[in-house]
Design a protein around this ligand. Structure first.
Ligand code: HEC
Length: 193
């Protein structure tokens, strides 16, 4: 117990140093979501090799994928933003089947929009070869946001491209691993199939 308490203190201090600045309110105008809090923390932490900004790589061709929702839907777990979901040819049949094994090379992209209609972060998952990361079902995660909206830049939040193995995407699998095939899926009423 003593050890745990010490650990908790050690973790809290650096976050507190990040300051009184709260992340901007979420895309819906609601208080900052957990996702936005994590993003704010990450934006103010120093970056590592897999969190330096650059153009989106995996998933950059998402506009050529199959869109699997019939209209944008709100995603409370992704900052309350309106989102769309795109799956590449390799994975679309398995994604829609609900229980088929997701083939290696599947790329799923979730695009999002801010309340003001500007482009929100792009969320990417790629199914890698067996053994890539057995603990996380061999999924690779990324979040990319080339032009954070005004409220974020005003707070000093720069453009981001965080991807596995950066610890800045740990909170992705932390939640996703509780889902079947690590996929949250498209709400039934929004499925395009
Ligand atoms: C607190 C839980 C939670 C967190 C954290 C989370 N997600 Fe999700 N994710 C979901 C849920 C639930 C869905 C499906 C419904 C939705 O979009 O709201 C989903 C859907 C997705 C999809 C569409 C494919 C699918 O069906 O799963 C992608 C891609 C995705 N998330 C990527 C990410 C990335 C990248 C991160 C980290 C930056 C992340 N998610 C963080 C819960 C979460």
């Amino acid at each position: 117990m003593r050890a745990m308490k010490a650990l908790a203190i050690a973790v809290v201090v650096p976050l507190a140093a990040c300051g009184s600045s709260k992340p901007p309110t979420g895309a819906t105008g609601a208080p900052p979501s957990k996702m936005d809090q994590m993003m704010d923390e990450g934006m103010h932490e120093s970056s590592d090799a897999s969190s330096t900004f650059g153009p989106l790589e995996v998933g950059a061709d998402w506009q050529t994928y199959t869109r699997v929702d019939d209209q944008p839907f709100p995603s409370p777990t992704h900052g309350g933003r309106m989102v769309e979901v795109w799956v590449n040819d390799v994975g679309v049949a398995a994604y829609e089947s609900e229980d088929a094994e997701i083939p290696v090379g599947t790329i799923v992209v979730k695009t999002s929009h801010e309340k003001d209609g500007s482009m929100g972060p792009i969320f990417v998952m790629e199914k890698k070869a067996k053994g890539f990361d057995a603990e996380h079902d061999d999924w690779w995660y990324a979040i990319h946001w080339a032009e954070p909206s005004g409220a974020w830049t005003a707070k000093g939040g720069g453009p981001i491209y965080w991807r596995t193995p950066s610890h800045k995407v740990d909170y992705c699998w932390d939640c996703h691993e509780s889902f079947d095939r690590e996929l949250g899926g498209v709400p039934v009423e929004r499925r395009a199939w």
